[in-house]
Design a protein around this ligand. Sequence first.
Ligand SMILES: Cc1ncc(COP(=O)(O)O)c(C=O)c1O
Length: 414
Amino acid sequence: MKDNIKQILENESLLKKYGSPLYVYDYEILKERCQDMAKFKNQLEKDLDGIKINIHYSTKANSNPEILKVVKDSGLYVDCMSPLELSINEKCNFNKEEILYVCNNIDEEEMRIVHDKKLLICLDSISQVETWGKLFPNTNIMVRINPGVIGIGHNEKVITSGSKTKFGISENNLSKLFEVTKKYNLNIIGVHQHLGSLFLNNKISDYIAGVQSGLNIIKKYFKNIEIIDLGGGFGVPYKSEEEKLDLSKVAVEIKMILKDFCKRYKTVKEFKFEPGRFIPCESGYLVGTVTAIKHENGIYWIGTDIGMNVLVRPSMYDSYHEISLLNDRNSKKIVANICGNVCESGDLIAKNRLIQKPEIGDKIIVHNAGAYGYSMSSNYTGRPRPAEVMIKNGKVKEIRKRETISYMEMNIVW
Ligand SMILES: Cc1ncc(COP(=O)(O)O)c(C=O)c1O
């Protein structure tokens, strides 16, 4: 954490003003990651003779408009997966060419919204293509394929390719897909795949193999495809010993196979990528407060107000986040389980973590919390979602208010 951000967090009034816990984003890091992706785009475009590369930030990772504005200012586009994400994208001035609707198991009403707005939709099963075809024959669509290879991911719940995933249409079902598209005169202009979430340098070859597998399927079965979307998955190091993803290496390796593909497959005009996590993850800190400390059965438990409703990744995926205390107490280090305030045994932020013994009231920071943090938060056990602030040029800007009890009670029919 940079010193200037630490100094601002050390200011007691921040949590008093916005409440604890609090999501804090560092504008500078966010901007750097957007620029990294813009460089990746330029590096690929340079050698791909006139073929466009577009980066669609996956809104699901963090949909705060202030984050999306930085994405937009960096020349990146977006993908969205629900009417609310779409509405936020529109309010952040992304136009319809810059928004891709990538969805899964949506109903007719949602399809109508996408159609009425003239957005490009990416449908991910034959059943969804059939529903769309009945409603909107003679239209252009994208379809999501399952490239067959076992996907990539930090946990099996985020692997989205291979035989165990709900996503995409497998190679052996493509003839049925083409029957349906023929029946409704649907024109498949694009093919999408997403292997899963989080690869780092040691898995670049798996990512490339997955891309190659998808391209082979496209070459073999699809005609006149103009857009190929290679999904997201670009990882960030959560542990200090992990290396940062070398995006220029990914670009070099992927460029070779895209170039080769384009030599044989002449109709492609654009490749898309959909990074989510990579963009906001490292800019985000979740700051909370230690509320209890106990030692039972030989185990230290540090209780905090960072419940699984605020950050679900550790409970849901056993994910690792670096955790530190804001103020160095010079106290002895203990091995502790660090947990939240939700009444579930699985409500743990970290297991067996070596940490300085805190005192009640100390501020605790969960690092790399900018992606799939707030966006996956909930009101479980009736707890409000926290506020979010962005720090830019040393100034703190509130970018989402903490929920209040009266807001949470608003939709209850008494
Ligand atoms: C279809 C699709 N595209 C892109 C992403 C973004 O993935 P990541 O955050 O790993 O880059 C996801 C996330 O799971 C996704 O489901």
